[in-house]
Ligand binder design. Sequence first.
Ligand code: SF4
Length: 355
Amino acid sequence: MTTPTSSETFRIDAVAAPVLEAVDVTKHFTVRDSLGRKATVRAVENASVALHAGKVVALVGESGSGKTTLARLLAQFYPVTSGQIRLDGTSAPAAGRGYFRRVQLIFQDPFSSLNSLHRIRHILGRALRVHGHASTKAEVHEKVLELLRRVNLTPAEDFIDKRPREMSGGQLQRVSIARALAIRPAVLLGDEPISMLDVSIRLDVLNLLAKLRDEEGLALLYITHDIASARYLSDEVRVMYAGQMVEGGPKEAVIQSPKHPYTRLLIESSPDPDRSSGGGLRDASGSAEDLGEPPSLTNPPSGCRFHPRCPFAMDDCRRAFPERTTFDDGQWAHCWLHQHGRSAELENSSGKDRS
Ligand code: SF4
């Protein structure tokens, strides 16, 4: 394994040029507490991620890890505090209005993201008209039917005149995806797109997203706290903790052999019927740790923000966030264990089989 300089870290996993990327992005929000005092929420710190055509990157982490903020920065909902968002190699502000045709965000809650007063014909037809992809009534009709078929809402004629309240959550999420596709994007950013759906239909929506990647070459960011669905859908995984990007790499490498204690905790805490023992993180002595709660982002821990919960924490962890350590298969992690030649302690901390 090697430890690159910071200037080498941004494109380590890039084979082709990315369609969309966040480069060393930081986002701080100013808020006021109940007494009117100003505070800074350090939501994302120096995060980088690159999205390529025909590939899915899963962004995983607990609530409050900064996943949604990063997706919204990629969607240009608000400006970065520092760093850059680049579309086709051009910084986002220079990309102009065309940016919003190329990058579409799919929200977690399809019920609130669609206007319940309008029929599906109007919802999808409006997106087509506004972006100049259909003009006449007949053209809109045909293209709305085509969109419904692309998202497997068939027979399309049965859905075109329905209103959102007449449809299930899974059907509505397909309409949300169809509305995004109406604009002919190159990138879809899915912010927990299946988490509010019934378990029985989650797989259908994941398969639809996989089809859009494989058959239409879309670049996808899939945000989730669910390791199993990340493993099912993604090609690459990125792990965020308290605003810091802590690990990444090919999905099987990250899930089979996590190099960051937090990733290991996430994986071992996820439901897995093949594992008989309970989840959790153990130190080298084998004792399970009480891992507590994620930190406040208005006053986050210094250095590695995971250190108050980490059974391996050492002085350096409190002092500074570690440089990236890269491994042979392209996997990487920000953890002082690897910088101090103590990788084996993490490897030996759990004997659970993740295959
Ligand atoms: Fe734990 Fe330190 Fe690694 Fe952070 S850097 S995960 S505190 S060992």
